[in-house]
Design a protein around this ligand. Sequence first.
Ligand code: KIV
Length: 275
Amino acid sequence: MKHTVVTFQQAKDRGEKLTMLTAYDYSTAKLMDQAGIHGILVGDSLGNVVLGYENTLSVTMEDMIHHGAAAARGVKNALVVVDMPFMSYQTGVRDALVNAGRLVKEARAEAVKLEGGREICPQIKAITAAGIPVMAHLGLTPQSVNALGGFRVQGKDERAARNLMEDAKEVEKAGAFALVLECVPAKLAGVISKEIKIPAIGIGAGKGCDGQILVYQDMLGLFPDFTPKFVRRFADVGETMKAAFKAYIEAVQNQSFPAEENSYKISGDILEKLY
Ligand code: KIV
């Protein structure tokens, strides 16, 4: 079944939990799609887990289009959401519209994601009015890491909690079809999820959200630099890969690879003619 913004809303209305993972390439997106994931986010976490930057601030529109298009080609059923990178929408409504349009036309995004609350509602309104669904992103918004003073839990005091709640209501009013809540106390995220009609997808925001998202390298043990507390490692693919790489090195060096079954044949007659 094809997942869309409509089926996302239906899932929330029925009380069914939504599942999302990030992906940045064709093969991985295809495996997730075949596993039955509801939505794939081509996140600007690309900057950290694929490109090796220390944060997402250097990620460009070209990066997002390149990886977004690759992931989208692997997907049949999941809803494909592509992140708008830093400074592709903060600079104004016109830039936001043009860049959201590029993600749809060039990366085949079915929705775009923007970080921020009230301050980006004009952008959310304009993009949704152009027929492009918008997923909002509140709480820990990594593109504001310098303003937030680091990667830390958001909404812990009364003022911050009220602000978060207000932002969630405002982005919903502006037309967002869903929002991500990142690194928010579980009880607060649960209350926000209940207060809004659109689905709230949590990452480090507890089980009261309407769905969950994880960066796939984190949940597979593929990103050795740092693992946030909210991640569960569902497999240790990193260790499996390392063991396979070591086995390959050994097999080449002891000449057990390539074996006969990995090699192509030629008739002896032809070979003799070469001498
Ligand atoms: O870029 C990303 O991967 C994200 C998720 C963490 C939600 O925004």
